[in-house]
Design a protein around this ligand. Structure first.
Ligand SMILES: *Cc1c(COP(=O)(O)O)cnc(C)c1O
Length: 462
């Protein structure tokens, strides 16, 4: 590297101007984000062409680059930190968690090992124990801090795969899948797309799934679960991605435990119900599972990317995910890479730790219940306005329809284009629906009023 380039970077680090510039822009963004259109307008989208250029030969000007990002990037972002984005299951962001992330960004930690980051190792250890306490999981549970539920589910199923093959005296790490004894997968029709993806990534084969029908709310039909045994991985969910419904864990898990089956619960957004007194009835029995996946970045409103795999079988998780090498020095302390597929990772636990410490148990309770209350309000106001709500709103999800199928589909587009709020479409029990996910702390009663009004305008505009 030329002396000149290094010196530029030293001076950028020393004089802080770039960071002050970025901070000014970030604050400007935050001030506008609550009131602006939710999805970028057409001008903002067309100006994204500003980024179309070949990789330049000469070095760029750092201040200009940050300016470009703010001028053309900020307006083309989705206003995710405001209270009227109801797509996917997208949480907002808890301010102190964002501030903690800013600080930790300067640390630039890599967190595979205690020896690469004692602070990350400590916060992972503490957060792991807080999560067990909050969610009511057994003491022996270990946690891996990953990018999101897609990865957490992959990890849970990797641990399950290790264990059920081990039950059949087959070391899947060494021998692989060729010639392996059969194992079984049992999942409901309502299983999330990322569960299916994990099954294919792990070489278990989607065609090998023994499908179980779900009931009208999207819960697995317990009476149709086939006989289980210790070669079976059973997939349950806390929070159906469309309806928000929870499987009946208590009775299903008891049977599965007796049979020696491995139970994984996909609790991406719903597992947090266990930390909410008035919604805990939804998660009774979850402690009987073997692994759980959950996101910080949904219901808990941490910044992205924040997912957790929790597993009661430490040996299986570590066997499935660990790596060895002469330069990898494990320690007496917590070494995070034992519990994740990645080796290098940023210290994402900082945001989860900050969120939990800031909210405390009472704040988690309030946050989660607040999302539920706003979803109930949404459903009630929509019903009053003549829309049809198709699901029982047990958590934060509302499924809505209006008139014929094509009308519902067109309405989704009109609502999205209005900029007033953003909702997605989905198919529910064979028909198109408008799918509402209330997942941000920032959503107020007024945001719901305003969004319902946008629904009415979109309906009447046909
Ligand atoms: C969002 C979601 C996932 C995937 O989680 P990511 O964090 O987006 O990877 C899996 N299952 C359910 C039920 C979800 O809602």
């Amino acid at each position: 590297m030329s002396k000149n380039l290094r010196e530029s970077m030293f001076s950028e680090l020393a004089d802080k101007q770039l960071f002050e510039q970025a901070q000014t822009f970030a604050f400007d963004y935050a001030d506008k984000a609550l009131s602006r259109n939710v999805f970028p307008n057409e001008v903002a989208i067309s100006q994204l062409q500003q980024f179309d250029e070949p990789l330049p030969e000469p070095r760029g000007n750092p201040a200009e680059l940050i300016q470009q990002l703010h001028d053309y990037g900020s307006p083309a972002s989705v206003s995710q930190i405001g209270g009227r984005y109801f797509g996917l299951v997208n949480g907002g962001v808890i301010p102190v968690a964002l501030a903690a992330r800013w600080l930790a960004d300067f640390w630039d930690q890599n967190t595979p090992l205690y020896l690469s980051s004692p602070i990350a190792s400590k916060l992972e250890e503490v957060t792991e124990s807080w999560l067990k306490d909050l969610l009511g999981l057994p003491d022996k549970v270990v946690a891996g801090f990953v990018s999101g539920s897609s990865m957490a589910i992959f990890c849970g199923l990797a641990a399950a795969r290790y264990r059920v093959y081990q039950n059949a005296d087959w070391d899947v790490n060494q021998k692989g899948l060729r010639g392996a004894p059969p194992i079984r997968l049992v999942a409901s029709r309502g299983a999330h797309a990322t569960v299916i993806k994990a099954i294919s990534l792990l070489g278990l084969g989607i065609d090998n799934i023994e499908w179980v029908e779900s009931d009208s709310e999207g819960r697995i039909d317990a009476s149709q679960i086939p006989k289980l045994d210790n070669s079976t991985i059973l997939l349950l969910q806390a929070g159906n991605v469309n309806s928000g419904a929870f499987d009946d864990f208590e009775s299903i898990c008891e049977k599965a435990n007796k049979a020696g089956a491995w139970i994984h619960i996909d609790g991406a957004f719903g597992l947090w119900a266990a930390g909410c007194r008035r919604l805990q009835h939804l998660t009774v029995g979850i402690e009987k599972a073997n692994s759980w996946s959950v996101d910080g970045h949904k219901t808990l409103n941490t910044p992205y990317d924040n997912g957790v795999i929790l597993c009661s079988d430490r040996e299986a998780l570590v066997q499935a995910l660990h790596a060895t090498g002469s330069y990898i020095a494990y320690s007496e302390n917590r070494d995070g890479m034992l519990y994740t597929p990645e080796m290098s990772r940023r210290a994402r636990v900082v945001e989860l730790w900050a969120t939990l410490k800031y909210l405390g148990k009472s704040g988690v309770d309030e946050l989660v219940y607040g999302l539920h209350e706003r979803a109930l309000q949404f459903a009630e106001e929509l019903t009053t306005a003549g829309f049809e709500v198709l699901n029982q709103v047990v958590f934060n999800q509302v499924l809505v329809k209006v008139g014929e199928a094509t009308e519902t589909e067109e309405m989704v587009k009109r609502i999205q284009n209005s900029g007033e709020c953003w909702v997605g479409g989905a198919h529910w029990r064979g028909e198109p629906v408008i799918r509402v996910s209330v997942c941000s702390w920032a959503t107020t009663e007024t945001d719901i009023n305003r969004s319902v009004a946008a629904f009415e305008v979109a309906r009447d505009a046909k």
